[in-house]
Design a protein around this ligand. Sequence first.
Ligand SMILES: [Zn+2]
Length: 266
Amino acid sequence: MAINDVHADYPMPYVWPRLPLDVNRVDAVVVHHTATFFLRPSATIAEELAHIDMIHIYHQSKGWGGFAYHFIVFPSGRSYLVVPLTQWGAHVKGENDHLHAVVVAGDFTDVVPVRAQQEGVAEGIRLVYATLGRRVPIRPHRSWTPTSCPGNTWQSWVPGLTALVEEDEMEMDWETFVDFMHRFIREVPAQARYPEDSPNGKQGEPYGPRHPLGEYIGSLRDVGRALRSHAGDAAKHSAGGDVSEERARQIADEEDRKLRLPLVKD
Ligand SMILES: [Zn+2]
């Protein structure tokens, strides 16, 4: 899900307490919770923007210049950039000159954010890393000041955000994925035989289709079929449409032979 950049709708002058932020000085991303009421995962963008408006007005009334955090992430998984990463937030007293802030909408005293929301947080942090050109630690608000923020459940999800950010960074390109699947499809069935201590099958026999692993191999074969049809399309595409239907089918068949499973019959 892309980040919704709404900062132009919440302009804040670059004056105290919202001075320009020197990104070279940023040494952490701070995680907060709003501790406000909880919007449903099915909330609309309009409802989420109304929630941002409410917090913005409240923070103006506190003399903070407006919305205090760089990002806010809702249970829908949508992430909004409200304050430019080149401007101070107003979220940790006395520390705003070296921190970026993500606020997770909701109260996490007793429950953890839903997975989509955690992924939205990771997405915001990836944008921070891309802006900084480096990674910085992800820390809960409470590591600076005596506060319960971002909620008593924080240990169950804040430390995990680091891995979540990296997981998102590891997107495979198509060729790597195809190569990986080819190897997987060839190698897994070759080893998929009943082990020595099997209570049901004879040792060394391949798993049948009704065994869970046999079913699994069946679904791998479906993946194989999808790869096969993609190979034909890819051949047509890379030849700029100059490849005949027949040649595309040939390429698909070659791909199919590479994928043929040694132990599982159709
Ligand atoms: Zn906080």
